[in-house]
Design a protein around this ligand. Structure first.
Ligand code: ADP
Length: 245
């Protein structure tokens, strides 16, 4: 984007990409896309395109990192050099190290870590194309990859952000809104347990705006949750049909 537009949302409440304030970008989910992984998922969330691959629970390497009383979840969030307009160095940036950590920590509450002592689960997240909100979309895909790997879970975890552009609280910011807007609040949520596992905030909101953004993000998570469940079912319908052939 070369110039900052005067307005990110018009008088009728329509955003630059044509969405209403409380509208999600189109989301497409697919489970079991990588035969070499124990579990995998692909998400298109607006223009974001992300692959998640899960391996394990398996023996931990190096062994000294294993825990005698629980499984260890390791997570690597990585942006491909071609995922953004200007080539991104393939080396891990501070941002990728932070996102790997927050994604791991927001997924852990969904896992029964003490069921698999001394083992590890490795989660690889590859951002093929980024357009704002990649941490949230990564969480949605990563939870599906874990479920696809057969890792027992208390609930799926869904990621969705809300924020503020100009003076309006909106759902699911894309890149330009994220960069030019006033605030971004990424949320990860376990819908069946009604538990928030990630809450970050970039920018400033009033208490009322924050409450509105939280509610919007949680509503967004609930909508994506339905799509996650459908994507899991679709994979097993295909497996079932193949088994019956
Ligand atoms: P999130 O993707 O979770 O919103 P950020 O707020 O840190 O995380 O990033 C917002 C967006 O900025 C990303 O989705 C991506 O489109 C863009 N971005 C991130 N890193 C780079 C980079 N190195 N070069 C260009 N754009 C980037």
């Amino acid at each position: 984007m070369n110039e900052k537009p005067d307005k990110l949302i018009d008088k009728k409440g329509i955003r630059l990409d044509g969405r209403k304030a409380d509208e999600l970008r189109p989301v497409k989910l697919q489970v079991g896309v990588l035969p070499n992984a124990d579990g995998s998922a692909y998400i298109e969330h607006g223009k974001n395109k992300i692959l998640a691959a899960a391996f394990g629970p398996r023996e931990m390497h190096p062994k000294h990192l294993s825990q005698p009383d629980k499984m260890v979840l390791r997570c690597r969030y990585h942006m491909a050099p071609f995922s953004v307009q200007e080539r991104k160095s393939p080396a891990p940036s501070r941002r990728e190290v932070e996102l790997s950590k927050v994604i791991k920590e927001c997924l852990e509450p969904a896992l029964f870590l003490d069921l698999y002592p001394r083992t590890g689960v490795d989660l690889y997240i590859e951002i093929l194309q980024a357009d704002g909100g990649t941490r949230c979309a990564s969480i949605t895909a990563a939870a599906l990859a874990l479920a696809d790997a057969g890792v027992p879970m208390r609930d799926l975890v869904v990621g969705c952000a809300a924020g503020k552009i100009d003076d309006t609280v909106v759902l699911d910011l894309y890149d330009a809104e994220d960069k030019l807007g006033a605030a971004d609040v990424p949320v990860a949520y376990m819908p069946s347990l009604n538990a928030v596992t990630l809450l970050q905030m970039d920018g400033i909101l009033t208490t009322d705006e924050f409450e509105k953004a939280m509610n919007m993000a949680i509503d967004g998570c609930k909508k994506i949750y339905e799509m996650q469940k459908e994507a899991l079912k679709t994979k097993y319908m295909v497996v079932k049909a193949e088994g019956e052939e």
